[in-house]
Design a protein around this ligand. Structure first.
Ligand SMILES: *Cc1c(COP(=O)(O)O)cnc(C)c1O
Length: 389
């Protein structure tokens, strides 16, 4: 008998035909510069553990210690009884670290973005979003039911035209990644802050890939570009460079109080285990004690980018530890990723819907924990860029 979900067979087959079917690989042991994936030991250029903290013994020790006192489960949403002393301590610490009045912890950066946008704008408002913004920002825009205006990637001139034209809304919000997750390039935050001022719009930035890496103290691209005090809504994640888990928003106290009341992904979701907060606190200790990690990583990234460009690879506008090799063809990126894997090097193939159709790439993500031998192996294995199809 036919079943109501039989259509899925055809839909999956279609993905497979278009080289878009994804399957889960299984990792053994910890995240790090070398991983074991599907039983194969690989030098890993496919994680966001930028500072090499995900398996740092100081984080695991903090988790162990917290477990005795707090147990494991969060048990309830923060507003009911899930908000532990460690969560409160982490929020104060994040506010201090980010030089903001207050911070709010979410269970993920994804939840922080969707919940925050939908709490700031709704029907009758407008949100302006970069075409290459992370999916969680776009989903927040859609959820909000505000009018969504997509502007071309990084194109603040075009955004200005939109802001001048699209008037008559109750509120307007500009939202952008600060460091774009696939292209590895930076948003023009100074220009965006100018536009926000000039047109009376709110500005929200997502520092997910930049927290801990960019800026003298690791506060992100806003610190790097000197615009922190001009950005009223800043999102970061604890799950990438900080090697822990969770997302957060920092800003004025009234913003944080509003989000705690109105961000649905905050209100209606169980608080993360206190142990995750303990790990995040330990990670912040390390970032503050060893502020040179981000800079070293960015210096090495620049060297590798130069070397790859010299060998004919198109690294686009990358200016960070995220280096895409832009090839465009879905099949070609899969073949290249497989060839590298054969040599013990893991560089994931990135295809639609993560990137727009025709923009498939290999995404190299560098970590402070990579040795020069590992970078050498990567460059050697890649060799010269293939001729364009
Ligand atoms: C990864 C990512 C997120 C989501 O953060 P998680 O903590 O992994 O949920 C948000 N924004 C950007 C730009 C990201 O790359």
């Amino acid at each position: 008998m036919a079943k109501s979900i039989d259509w899925i067979d055809g839909a999956l087959a279609d993905l497979e035909d278009r080289c878009l079917l994804r399957r889960l690989a299984q990792r053994e042991r910890s995240q790090g510069p070398v991983i074991v994936l599907d039983g194969q030991r690989l030098v890993n250029f496919g994680s966001n553990d930028y500072l090499g903290l995900a398996a740092d013994p100081r984080l695991t020790a903090a988790v162990r210690q917290s477990l005795d006192q707090y147990g494991w489960g969060g048990g309830a949403s923060p507003l009911i009884s899930g908000h532990s002393r460690l969560h409160a301590q982490l929020e104060r610490r994040l506010a201090e670290f980010e030089r903001a009045e207050a911070a709010l912890l979410f269970t993920s950066g994804y939840a922080a973005n969707t919940g925050t946008i939908a709490a700031l704008v709704s029907e009758g408002d407008a949100v302006f979003t970069d075409r290459k913004n992370h999916a969680s920002l776009l989903d927040g825009c859609r959820l909000s039911r505000a009018r969504v205006q997509v502007y071309p990637h990084g194109d603040w001139r075009r955004l200005e035209k939109l802001l001048a034209r699209e008037t008559g809304y109750r509120r307007r919000l500009i939202v952008t990644d600060s460091l774009f997750s696939m292209d590895g390039d930076l948003a023009p935050l100074v220009e965006l802050a100018d536009l926000a001022d000039r047109y009376g719009a709110m500005l929200m930035i997502d520092e997910a890939h930049a927290t801990g890496v960019f800026g003298h103290s690791g506060r992100g691209v806003a610190e790097h570009q000197g615009v922190e005090t001009r950005v009223p809504i800043r999102v970061g994640t604890l799950s990438k460079a900080l090697g822990s888990h969770g997302g957060y928003v920092v800003g004025e106290r009234r913003l944080i109080e509003w989000l705690a009341n109105r961000a649905r992904s905050y209100v209606f979701s169980t608080a993360a285990p206190a142990a995750a907060a303990a790990a995040s606190l330990a990670a912040l200790d390390i970032v503050e004690a060893e502020p040179g990690r981000g800079k070293l990583l960015l210096d090495r990234s620049e060297q590798l980018r130069r070397r790859l460009s010299a060998k004919g690879w198109n690294v686009g506008r990358s200016a960070s530890q995220i280096i895409p090799l832009l090839l465009g063809d879905d099949e070609q990126v899969i073949e290249l990723s497989a060839a590298l894997r054969h040599r013990g090097v893991f560089v994931p193939a990135i295809r639609p819907p993560t990137v727009p159709p025709g923009e498939a790439c290999l995404r190299i993500s560098l970590s402070h924990a990579h040795t020069s031998e590992m970078l050498e192996l990567l460059a050697e294995s890649l060799g010269r860029a293939p001729d364009p199809h």
